[in-house]
Design a protein around this ligand. Sequence first.
Ligand code: RP5
Length: 166
Amino acid sequence: MAERPVVGIVMGSKTDLDTLQGAVDVLVEFGIPHEIRILSAHRTPEKVLEWSQTAEQRGIEVLIAAAGGAAHLPGVVAAKTVLPVLGVPVASTTLGGMDALLSIVQMPKGIPVGTLAIGKAGAANAALLAIAILGSSRPELRRALEKYRQKRAEEVLQTDASVSKK
Ligand code: RP5
């Protein structure tokens, strides 16, 4: 793939980085050029708006937005671009991320945010879904996703084989 980032990741705080590492790892594994920003919808709102509305002209095709406390970041990003926005709720609050999940998933009709699971699984799945979206016009990425799934299936079968021998 070209070196220009095609996936943009934004999170509300450096404290979200650990959760988002799962998404970064998946993008690196698939060789997807990406950019990572820490921008807050309430602390640096102008930067969020600028980053979101210029994403398309930078060549970005899919956006991943993650937040935990007062999780309006993915919705604000989606308000400023028609690129697909994938939202990841982070379990950073005393409510364990349930508040972020409900906030991100309950976008009013008209401005969608594709919402993933809370935490690391959601972050990794956001990257996989971003790759699937990119794959709609890149057959090599669809093949890579098939291989990834096949590997996961083989891992389960190997574990089953070793357990069932006992
Ligand atoms: C949100 O509030 C961030 O996304 C983070 O999950 C949470 C807490 O942020 P910090 O106070 O740790 O910076 O803005």
